[in-house]
Each structure stands twice: as structure tokens, then as C-alpha cells.
Design a protein around this ligand. Structure first.
Ligand code: ATP
Ligand code: MG
Length: 436
């Protein structure tokens, strides 16, 4: 092999690489700002849903009570997020678009973060890969607008807006066309946006969300709507989960509230009978931030281990709240993972709190079989929750393993979690089945 080829192989580059100089040694170059921003943006803005996530998080951080998200063509163009939050002054606008400029931390303590954002990277990243227009008005100031396109900022100019902020992102990835090729279908991208908005809506029941698809022009079609909810934490959360996950989840969910060593776990976990065929209904939040965390989902699975067969997956929306210093949120570019200082503590709390709630529910069910109320999970009066047939006496039975959940009161209807559970329970003589 020729010496230059050998060197190229060693450095992992082809001999065609422009960076191989006459000396056969790669030259180190300082990249320009535009390339730096596009590279950094690649980590933050993976797809349209990541852009929506960043913009909605900014609106929540700005104290918005109502947030409207409009998308077209799966978010490729445009994405518009309108909020009624604190807004920005005309002087703020160029700063908001500068890398590492943020109003949320002063840099002295990276472990004491109370907001979704803290890096000062999202807006400059979006401005580096698309065309971004921000129109905003802070109380006591005039409204103003700024545009940035492929990282190039125009001067701030006056605008008309009563309050809050409108951020419009069009031609996402026009400055990085290679990324466009990785986009999925409009339908798949819209679905991902829907998921992002729903997760944030679960985290903030007091904020109203409207997601509209304006692909066909005009007013468009509302694809998700959740009105702002007030009142007690659990009532508001329960109402929001009903709006996001559906009434069936809310009606089959057990309230969870447990605290140990400064960590609080609260939320709703569904009865085993409401389990799913895949892990599609598991929503976990750490200090209100939606996270995808293997340790937490592992704990959830572990908690249901005795109550579900292996092919079923629990449904739950659980919130872990703790002192921000006990958890590091600065470990993932999209801030969707966290690291606990003591992971065993969070895991142990989840497993024990859920097991306790599930066992308690089973106990209540088996001691009040004929009662009109079956613990917290009886279907509401006059409401046939499942389409299973009823027993001749008007009651209906449903079941899980270990004697959990047996019979709904006359007039109500319920259903088995899986055929396998049905068989197990029937063999053990624990339950009667509709149709038996
Ligand atoms: N909708 C909004 N309303 C009011 N201020 C906003 C809004 N969006 C952004 N800002 C301001 O612009 C700043 C920069 O926003 P950007 O999203 O780039 O960074 P960040 O939210 O501070 O951190 P991160 O990069 O982690 O999201 C914010 O710190 C905030 O002061
Ligand atoms: Mg932000």
C-alpha cells in the first residue's frame, strides 16, 4: 500500500480528502461560525418535533397561560408557536438569537435549574438551520420583530403585537439539506410533534395548549386541545391526563403519592387490566421535564412485575420531584435524559409506591366485590367502560393475576387484561367470566 493510502487509512480518511496536505498530515482548521452553529444545531434540532419542543418549552418558561402551535407538512414548513408569556424587549431579540445567551441561569450553578431551558442554544440553533422570525412584546415596551436566516440576522424592526411572543420557523433544514433527506413522512413527523406537545401538556396542566395543522391553509384543523386547568394538583393532573390519554386511562388510574428522603413521586398509574401490548403509554417526568429514562421505565416495569404477564406493559404518568441539585439535567443534547445523584433512591420509591398502590387496589376490589364502588377504579355510574358482555345478574367481572380485580357492580361492565390472565384466573377459580 502506498504511504499516503496507509496514512489515510490510519486517520480514517480517504486519500481524496481535501484535508490531506502535501505533507500527508491533516491540517487543523478553525471552523467558521456558520459551520459551528450548524454542527451544534444538529444535536439540538434533530427533526421538526425537536424544534416544536424547544419553542413550546420557551413559551412555558416565559410563564405563558395559553400556547398555540401551528404546523404544516409535518412541521417542515412552517412551525408557528404563539404564547401569552412575558415577551421580550426589542433589545432582547438579538441576544435571544446569540449562542449561549440565556435569561434562565447566570452560569454560577449548573445543578440548580428550575426551567426547561438553560443553555441559550435553542433559538440560535433553529436560526442556523431554518428561517426564523420572532415577534415579541414585553410589558411597558413596544413590540418588535427580528429575522434570522441560515444564521444571518437582520436588524430589529418595529412590529404590531399586543403581548407575548410569536416564533415562526419556516424552511426547516434549508441550510442543512442533508437533514431533510432523513425526514420521515409528513404523517410520521406530525405524529412526533403531537407526542411532544402532549408530553409537555401533561407536565403543565395549568397551561392551555392548542395544536393546529394548517397544511391545507386557512384556519386549519385542531389536532389536539387541552384547556388550562386550575385547582388541586391531583384534580388538575387527572383532568389533563383524561384530555391527553383519554377517559379510559383516567378512569382506570390509581392515584400515586409517596415521598422518601426528599424525593416525591406522584401521578397516576393504570390498573393492570388497562395494560397495553407495547410500552406506548408510559410517561415519566423529572421536576416537570418529560424524560426518557431507562432506569425509571425499568422501575415501572419492576413494580408491575407480579401483576402483569410479560407481554403486557403498564400505563402510567408519573412525576418525580426533588431538589434540582439531586439530579443533573445537563447530560443530553435534547435535555431528554437526566442523571440522579442516587438512582437507587428514585427506583426504590417507584417500585415500592406502585406495588403498594396495586396491592391496595386488589385488596379493595376483593373485599367490595358486590359494592357499588370498587375502590378508585369503578366505572362511573351508567357508564359501560368496556364492550364486554355482562353476566346474567347484571354484574360484570374482570381480572388480573393474584386475585387482583374481580367483579364490577351490577350495571357496570369491565374486561380482562389479556386472554392469558383470563385463563389463569379462571383456572384458579378466582373469577367468573362474562360469557361463562
Ligand atoms: N417565547 C418566549 N418568550 C419570552 N422569552 C423568550 C421566549 N423564547 C425565548 N426567550 C428568551 O430567549 C432566550 C434564549 O432562548 P433559547 O431557547 O435559545 O435559550 P434557553 O431557553 O435560555 O436555553 P435552551 O437552549 O436550553 O433552550 C431565553 O433565555 C429567553 O430569555
Ligand atoms: Mg429554550
Amino acid at each position: 500500500m502506498a504511504e499516503s493510502d496507509e496514512a489515510a487509512k490510519f486517520s480514517g480518511m480517504s486519500s481524496q480528502d481535501p484535508n490531506i496536505g502535501d505533507t500527508h498530515r491533516p491540517t487543523i482548521r478553525q471552523l467558521d461560525d456558520s459551520a459551528i452553529n450548524r454542527i451544534a444545531a444538529g444535536e439540538v434540532v434533530e427533526r421538526p418535533a425537536s424544534a416544536v419542543k424547544e419553542l413550546v418549552e420557551n413559551a412555558i418558561d416565559a410563564g405563558a397561560q395559553r400556547i398555540t402551535i401551528e404546523i404544516a407538512e409535518g412541521g417542515k414548513t412552517p412551525i408557528r408557536v404563539t404564547d401569552d408569556g412575558c415577551g421580550m424587549t426589542p433589545e432582547d431579540l438579538p441576544l435571544a438569537l446569540s449562542r449561549h445567551a440565556t435569561s434562565k441561569i447566570d452560569g454560577s450553578d449548573l445543578l440548580n435549574i428550575h426551567t426547561f431551558g438553560f443553555r441559550g442554544e435553542a433559538l440560535p440553533s433553529l436560526g442556523a438551520v431554518g428561517r426564523l422570525t420572532i415577534t415579541s412584546r414585553a410589558a411597558g415596551h413596544e413590540a418588535a420583530q427580528i429575522r434570522v436566516s441560515g444564521g444571518k440576522m437582520d436588524p430589529v424592526r418595529p412590529a404590531g403585537l399586543r403581548a407575548g411572543t410569536i416564533v415562526e420557523l419556516s424552511d426547516l433544514f434549508y441550510a442543512t439539506p442533508a437533514r431533510l433527506k432523513f425526514m420521515r413522512t409528513d404523517r410520521a413527523e406530525s405524529q412526533a410533534i403531537n407526542d411532544v406537545v402532549k408530553r409537555l401538556a401533561m407536565a403543565e396542566p395549568s397551561v392551555g395548549f392548542t395544536l393546529r395543522d394548517v397544511s391545507g391553509g386557512g384556519e386549519g384543523r385542531v389536532t389536539f386541545r387541552a384547556d388550562p386547568l386550575t385547582g388541586d394538583l391531583f384534580d388538575a393532573l387527572h383532568g389533563r391526563l383524561a384530555a391527553v390519554l383519554g377517559r379510559e386511562f383516567a378512569e382506570n388510574a390509581l392515584r400515586i403519592d409517596a415521598t422518601r428522603d426528599g424525593i416525591r413521586l406522584f401521578g397516576y398509574a393504570a390498573l393492570p387490566t388497562y395494560s397495553r401490548g407495547a410500552a406506548v403509554a408510559q410517561f415519566l417526568f423529572v421536576n416537570s421535564r418529560p424524560v426518557k429514562d431507562k432506569m425509571l421505565t425499568g422501575a415501572l416495569r419492576g413494580a408491575y412485575f407480579d401483576f402483569l404477564s410479560r407481554d403486557r406493559h403498564p400505563a402510567a404518568a408519573l412525576f418525580v420531584d426533588c431538589d434540582p441539585t439531586l439530579v443533573d439535567v445537563n447530560v443530553h443534547p435534547a435535555k431528554s435524559e437526566v442523571r440522579f445523584r442516587d438512582p437507587g433512591l428514585a427506583r426504590g420509591l417507584i417500585v415500592s409506591a406502585l406495588r403498594h398502590a396495586l396491592a391496595e387496589a386488589g385488596h379493595r376490589a376483593s373485599t367490595t366485590v358486590a359494592g357499588a364502588t370498587l375502590g378508585g377504579y369503578a366505572p362511573r355510574s351508567g357508564h359501560c367502560q368496556w364492550r364486554a358482555s355482562r353476566l346474567s345478574d347484571g354484574s360484570c367481572v374482570f381480572g388480573g393475576q393474584n386475585g387482583l380485580l374481580c367483579r364490577a357492580a351490577p350495571g357496570f361492565c369491565a374486561r380482562a387484561a389479556t386472554t392469558r390472565h383470563r385463563r389463569v384466573c379462571r383456572a384458579a377459580g378466582r373469577v367468573q367470566w362474562a360469557g361463562d
